[in-house]
Design a protein around this ligand. Structure first.
Ligand code: GLC
Length: 481
């Protein structure tokens, strides 16, 4: 099958979050399936352009129509990837060069990704890569199914399109005038993209894609409710027949405690009692916490954003540090009120708390490996990847049972049996605290059972093999539609 994957980010070239990780691993997993041909289209951000690690060759130059504009696009083919995925970058200095260095956050993001979405289709047509299926992701490439059904129908008469929602909070809103000014779509699609007089790109994709997926089974069900759907529950309920949840995997080659170059020691499910202990001591030292093998080290690697459940942690943090002999380590950047909170907490409890307000992938890996307990109280979580990274590195998750957290962390009882981690059901700080305490209690009073759980978590298969097969099933279903 000939597959095109389009996304606004993909590791290792450009990544701001989980979407970038998925766009590294999913295309590769699809390419490993016999008979598949996979191309990945990404914007040619300045950072990629400047990196010597990514040699490219210019394969086409063309103009992309955006309303009354005609914008230059260069198609760059990456020449040094050898896992069967052909990567193409869409080059345009004005939209993806210079800028702030961050991937998103410019005031014309809507126009930037409208350009990218059209340019992907133009590029495929120009090089004669006519895919059987296009898989596109989140609001940034949400215009692709609508363009495909309309302006590009003749060029791609048999191509089917799957749209995947990684996070419904960001929908690609624009003013009503964006439709004429930038999109240049036939007028009959105005209603498809309309929400309350504005343009909503994600809504358009849900309506025009052949199938819609999201990144866990529970999240697919949750999206039927206003609490989770951020205004799109009605649209998704009407499209429920074409919505499926496929729980993400993680890249088990990149995230491998036996080989991860960022770690001071290596280990697996058999040898963790030595290797993981070394990682813990080194981590405590690195972040300035007292080196103590027997104090439970609770860790979190996260964007400091409200929906990650930080309000719950803030509410209980002082009580937790006061009542329990434990350490807390946070890595991440984000909303100023949380950055300040955790910096203050670390200053107040220097022997128990450390806050690293930065984005550091190496330290993140050392935290997954060196921690004992991984906290993830997200208010909502489409899938979440770091709880799987944590388990793979032998760190026990304590999570809010929502979205992908519910699907990947079945709950244990107080003896650490029956599941993979500790969970709480309602979004409530006292319930969160109680689940942390159940976990710490097991660590402090029954280390044998705790270690058995570590071993069990490390032995799970979180690879992309199973989910990639499910994507294929849906691709086949689209082709028979
Ligand atoms: C988004 C979601 C996260 C998911 C990731 C990859 O970042 O918030 O839950 O794991 O996309 O699909």
């Amino acid at each position: 099958m000939r597959i095109a994957v389009c996304a606004s980010e993909g590791a290792p070239y450009a990544k701001s979050g989980g979407l970038g990780d998925v766009m590294e691993a999913l295309p590769a997993a699809l390419a490993r399936i016999e008979g598949n041909e996979v191309a990945l289209f990404l914007p040619y951000y300045n950072k990629i352009k400047q990196s010597e690690k990514y040699p490219v060759e210019l394969v086409a130059q063309f103009r992309v129509g955006l309303g009354w504009r005609q914008q230059y696009a260069g198609l760059m083919k990456l020449t040094n990837r050898n896992d069967g995925v052909q990567v193409y970058f869409i080059d345009n200095e004005y939209y993806f060069g210079g800028r702030t260095g961050a991937i998103y956050g410019d005031l014309d993001d809507g126009e930037r990704y409208a350009f990218f979405s059209r340019a992907c289709l133009d590029a495929m047509a120009i090089i004669g890569y006519i895919p059987d299926v296009i898989q596109c992701n989140d609001w940034q490439t949400a215009l692709i199914p609508t363009y495909l059904k309309s302006v590009y129908r003749n060029l791609f008469p048999n191509t089917r399109c799957m749209y995947t929602i990684h996070n419904i909070e960001y929908q690609g809103w624009a003013g009503g005038s964006f439709f004429d000014d930038v999109l240049g779509l036939p007028w009959e699609y105005r209603g498809t993209l309309d929400m309350g007089g504005s343009v909503n790109m994600m809504k358009g994709a849900i309506e025009t894609a052949d199938l819609v997926t999201t990144v866990s089974e529970t999240y697919a069900r949750e999206l039927m409710y206003p609490y989770y759907a951020h205004g799109l529950d009605g649209i998704l309920s009407s499209a429920a027949w074409k919505l499926t949840g496929i729980t993400n995997g993680i890249d088990t080659n990149t995230f491998n405690p036996e080989t991860d170059a960022a770690l001071p020691a290596h280990f697996n499910a058999e040898t963790f009692s030595v290797g993981k202990a070394e990682c813990k001591a080194a981590l405590q030292k690195e972040v300035g916490l007292p080196v103590d093998p027997d104090v439970p080290l609770m860790v979190m690697v996260t964007r400091l954003a409200g929906h990650k459940g930080l309000d719950l942690l803030c509410y209980i943090a002082r009580r937790l540090l006061w009542e329990e002999k434990c350490q807390l380590l946070i890595l991440g950047t984000g909303e100023p009120q949380y950055e300040t909170f955790f910096k203050d907490l670390a200053a107040e409890y220097p022997n128990q708390c450390a806050a690293k307000i930065t984005f550091n992938l190496g330290l993140a890996a050392r935290i997954y490996a060196g921690g004992d307990v991984y906290l993830m109280p997200s208010k909502s979580e489409p899938c979440g990847l770091s709880q799987m990274n944590a388990m793979r590195y032998g760190t026990i998750p304590v999570v809010h049972a929502t979205g992908g957290l519910k699907d990947t962390v079945p709950p244990c009882d107080e003896n650490g049996e029956g599941g993979l981690g500790f969970t709480f059901q309602s979004y409530n700080a006292d319930d969160f605290l109680a689940s942390i305490k159940r976990c710490l209690n097991l660590y402090n009073n029954n280390r044998e059972a705790f270690n058995a759980l570590v071993k069990k978590d490390m032995s799970q298969d979180f690879s992309w093999n199973v989910p990639a097969g499910r994507y294929m099933e849906l691709f086949h279903r689209m082709l028979s539609m």
